[in-house]
Design a protein around this ligand. Sequence first.
Ligand code: AMP
Ligand code: MG
Length: 430
Amino acid sequence: MAAPTPQSLVLSFEDARLVVEEHAAQIPPGADEVVDLLHASGRILAEPITADRDIPPFPRSTRDGYAVRSADLTKLPARLIVVGEIKAGPRPSPVPLVLNSGQAFSIMTGAPVPQGADAVVMVEYTSSSLSSQNIVEITKGVDAGENIVAQAAEARSGSLLLGRREQLDHAAIALAASVGKSRLQVFVRPRVAVLTTGDEIVDVDGRPGPTQIRNSNTYSLAAQIQEAGGEAVLLPIAPDEPHRLRRLIEQGLESDLLIMTGGVSMGRYDLVEQVLSEMKAEFLFTGARIQPGRPVVFGRVPLGHKEGAGAATPAAALLKYFFGLPGNPVSTMVTFELFARPILEALAGTSPHPLVFVHARLKSEIRVKTGLRRFLPAVFSGQHENSQAELVPWQGSGDIAARSRANCYIVIPPDREQISAGDWVAIMLR
Ligand code: AMP
Ligand code: MG
């Protein structure tokens, strides 16, 4: 018996994205684990990081030069008596150094500024005479505070430096290192099942028949999943046959998220939606008015259809999200970025990154039909304020070679038919 296919629910790009963002906002973070700082890049913090002491812990010189009283430099050139040298690092004596009027300390970058000094003069504006080595002549005045970072100016002891659910980039890693966190509590990476469908698809190591093609989507998706903070779980290729497809979908739903590719278009053997309908899936949308990627499907499945999901199972675990991404490889890549990534990021414990568009001047004219928001592979080039972008010639959304020559997408709003060379266009960099 053929199951009913779901009602068509084709949304504008903005509405589809909003649906995804609203669901992402409801997803609670999962379990956490401890990792070494060296392996924490890109992970999501499960604990707040606070300053273990003032940063900097002492007033720090930011230059090599002389610690002085700025008031001593009102008449130039000024001659001051050099009473000592302060280098960065531990000092032999615990007695605090004090600077009096008419005096200077030679000081290095990163060294503590002595009491009584309120500025550092850069060595470039000084000269020490050969005859009297303890005299420095200074040719430029300084304002109070110049070339000094005051104690605690960057952070006060105990203050919050990095919040729970923040992603660790290299700067955050430096901050964690600076407060002595060699091990960090982070969220466990969500497991994302990848299921490719289609009788024409053979795996990379297989021998494709004359009318078959190799599976590339599983691998581009695995790369995108890892890059977005997930762990890809690869399932076998599903044939265009409902029973086997259902078994594999059920297997995929054991992961935190299921991403399928292929089988979501209008063809007679596009069975994904039909099989999910039989499983009582709720379809949140079944298409978006975009190109490439129009037949993208997003929904969730109650896990009650399976034995084992008892009353003790928490509510969140009773629903699993899935995406049915179109099979054409560039459509798969684009729809992952636009729609699947926010759900994955939420499962990974962070709040989804908003889509960021930069702007560039169009190099050559574009003409398209209205009605769809387009994300067309393009090359972004040029420097500084001269950034330019131009479409890569392509054979449509199956053209992986063209996509790999591109480094961005030009985004064309649905009401534009024509964009002239020299006009500003929006660029999506990923
Ligand atoms: P479908 O969405 O199943 O109608 O597939 C659309 C197009 O994408 C067809 O030309 C498929 O052969 C191709 N395709 C589907 N799955 C994959 C895959 N895993 N790797 C490469 N191409 C695929
Ligand atoms: Mg197919």
